[in-house]
Design a protein around this ligand. Structure first.
Ligand code: NAP
Length: 307
């Protein structure tokens, strides 16, 4: 029987593990499908306090994890495929591939996954031009035209990064104004390799084996066109990884876990939520880390109250 299990080892899960380990709870952390979380898919993180010269996202989560392990946290590179939550009781976790873990308290820090448009071509050309991670796949597109879909900070960051490799980076946005923060937008606007395609949506992905072109529609004029493009990078925001808790935890209309009274408590007693899976508003690494700390403290108090 575990005292505390943490789902996810991104900044929220890893910070929860640091605090819980220092409280001598010997937490067990499951890394899941995307070990280290979304931060491992980003490049240099320039806004995490304490790193004035920036730090690679991957290095940052690895440092957090090292810190958690130093204090006695354990990590398993497995995914939990089924949860049976028992409010105030023992929660049962079934590991994909076999094995069961029971725990008195649970911190869900399962993060969020990239959103796609839902076009058939996105599946068809996955790993043949379609990606949601410029850091991971950008180098495959040396001297080729690529497109980034979206107008937020992620889109600007992806587009800027891709200019290291691509011949041209088209940013395709459904409006004529960016959602991105002014500093990120300005950086992209100043980059001569980035071309904006405004008021436009992708309607199809075409190619023979590999992606070759996109079909576009201008949402203002209705005009249809094609764009030669070998890489397609989706930067449309994220979907919280909470489906596995369907019917067991209260979530909002977008699937984010609801927390109670400004704490990390969820609708199920003994289950706490931290990070992007419960944060539709801020979704920053520093916010995830902070809520991981809160979740560990809430879990510690919960366990203490039952001792
Ligand atoms: P986001 O801010 O939600 O932006 C998503 C973009 O995708 C928006 O421009 C949106 O269009 C577009 N979009 C969404 N669904 C669409 C659809 N079905 N069809 C066409 N376009 C669609 O997501 P994000 O850029 O991933 O950023 C998330 C959070 O992380 C933000 O708080 C951001 O500041 C932060 N972030 C920070 C950094 C950094 O500081 N280094 C880097 C990346 C992300 P609309 O504009 O029309 O809504």
């Amino acid at each position: 029987m575990e005292k505390l299990v943490i789902i996810g080892n991104g900044p929220a899960g890893a910070t929860a593990a640091i605090y819980a380990a220092r409280a001598n709870l010997k937490p067990l952390m499951f890394a899941g499908n995307q070990p280290g979380g979304l931060l491992t898919m980003t490049g240099k993180v320039e806004n995490f306090p304490g790193f004035p010269d920036g730090i690679e996202g991957f290095d940052l989560v690895m440092k957090m994890q090292e810190q958690a392990e130093k204090f006695g946290a354990r990590i398993e590179y497995e995914t939990i495929e089924r949860f049976t939550l028992d409010p105030g009781g023992i929660h049962r976790l079934e590991i994909a591939g076999g094995g069961v873990v029971e725990t008195q308290a649970l911190i869900v820090a399962s993060g969020a996954s990239p959103r796609y448009l839902g076009l058939a071509g996105e599946e068809k050309f996955r790993n043949h031009g379609v990606s949601a991670c410029a850091t991971c796949d950008g180098a495959f597109f040396e001297n080729m035209p690529v497109a980034v879909i979206g107008g937020g900070d992620s889109a600007m960051e992806e587009a800027n990064f891709l200019t290291r490799f691509a011949s041209v980076v088209y940013v395709i946005h459904r409006r004529d104004q960016l959602k991105a923060s002014p500093i990120m937008a300005e950086r992209a606007r100043k980059n001569p390799k980035i071309k904006f395609i405004w008021n436009s949506v992708v309607t199809d992905l075409l190619g023979n084996g590999d992606l070759e072109k996109l079909a576009l529609r201008n949402v203002v004029t209705g005009e249809e066109s094609f764009l030669e493009c070998r890489g397609y990078f989706c930067a449309l925001g994220h979907i919280p990884n909470t489906k596995v808790f369907d019917g067991q935890l209260d979530v909002d209309a977008s699937g984010y876990i609801k927390r109670i009274d400004g704490t990390t408590r969820t609708s199920c007693e003994g289950v706490f939520a931290a990070g992007d899976c419960a944060d539709p508003r801020y979704r920053q690494a520093i916010c995830a880390a902070a809520s991981g700390c809160q979740a560990a403290m809430d879990a510690e108090r919960y366990l203490e109250s039952r001792a």
